[in-house]
Design a protein around this ligand. Structure first.
Ligand code: ATR
Length: 287
């Protein structure tokens, strides 16, 4: 039987994962399949139990609304997924099902490409990340960023931002309302103790088609700020357009989408996807 992986969700028609995995399978000449399966909450348990016994099944990606529910259906949850509180990839391993969260790696990977200081931390400047939003994507961003930066959370509902700040071990005043978003700076900062807002990460729905833009003025942000937007429809959000206009470095939602898929692909098929062909893949996804 042909080995295969899947993506499950409800709805599922919108998922771009089949295009990504099909592209990599073909590029590598792997005999394998990647399918889109409509799984409603009522049949989720049954789906997992059936696949568990199928030797050709290499695992599945999990999208809305199942990312939390599947945590109780797998045999073990990887510590990163545990920290996020959500599973987006399930992989069978020696008869057991393991739940992973590859969104975290999908965030760290493009950041590493842009931020030379990650891993060789320059101590003389405190580096800050600002996360906008406090839902599932913000939790994945929190896990990815908390080990690299001091993180502040900004959200329409400020209480949720405070809760996330505390969850990741930051003081409660690191969580606040959207009205507070702006460059991080103390009034008495001298030239040598500036605080860099090194990353601005939009993990909210703002900037999506039909949604208001992120209410942020990037004018006085430091010039080496990285602006990361998890939104990929549209690919050029108002936030990214504003960042590019000011010469800031940007990471778009497709980089995160491809990054998380790459980690899942390696888990399913045991080999790294050909990332040198990302330009082609991005063209395919935006055609
Ligand atoms: P996801 O799992 O993709 O993160 P989510 O859990 O629904 O989705 O979170 C959506 C985030 O976008 C939330 O932080 C939400 O703010 P609230 O916590 O106040 O609901 C934020 N959001 C959605 N629409 C928004 C809008 N029009 N203005 C500001 N924030 C918005």
């Amino acid at each position: 039987m042909t080995p295969y992986a899947e993506v499950i969700g409800d709805p599922i028609a919108q998922s771009k994962s089949p295009v990504i995995h099909r592209f990599w399978l073909d590029a590598l000449g792997i005999v394998g399949d990647y399918r889109r399966v409509h799984v409603t909450p009522e049949i989720l348990t049954d789906y997992i139990e059936r696949r568990r016994h199928d030797p050709s099944w290499r695992g599945c990606n999990v999208t809305m609304p199942h990312k939390l529910a599947v945590m109780d259906l797998v045999d073990a949850v990887d510590p990163i997924a545990e920290r996020v509180g959500a599973v987006n990839t399930i992989v069978p391993h020696e008869g057991r099902l393991i739940g992973y969260n590859t969104d975290v790696g999908g965030i760290i990977e493009p950041l590493k490409r842009h931020d030379r200081r990650i891993g060789e931390y320059a101590n003389h400047v405190a580096t800050y990340a600002q996360v906008i939003g406090a839902g599932g994507a913000a939790r994945a961003a929190g896990v990815a960023l908390a080990s690299l930066y001091d993180v502040e959370f900004y959200n329409r509902t400020p209480d949720k931002a405070v809760a996330l700040a505390e969850l990741f071990g930051f003081p409660s005043h690191s969580g606040m309302g959207l009205d507070r978003v702006g460059p991080i700076r103390n009034a008495d900062d001298g030239p040598d103790d500036q605080r860099y807002s090194h990353v601005v990460f939009n993990a909210s729905s703002m900037g999506m088609i039909g949604q208001p833009p992120v209410p942020i003025d990037l004018d006085s942000y430091y010039p080496d700020t990285i602006v990361f937007d998890a939104v990929y429809a549209p690919l050029e959000t108002p936030l990214l357009a504003a960042a590019r206009a000011r010469g800031l470095r940007t990471v778009d939602g497709l980089e995160m989408l491809i990054g998380q898929a790459a980690l899942a692909f390696a888990l399913f098929f045991g080999t790294e996807p050909p990332r040198e062909r990302d330009v082609e893949l991005r063209a395919l996804l935006t055609a």
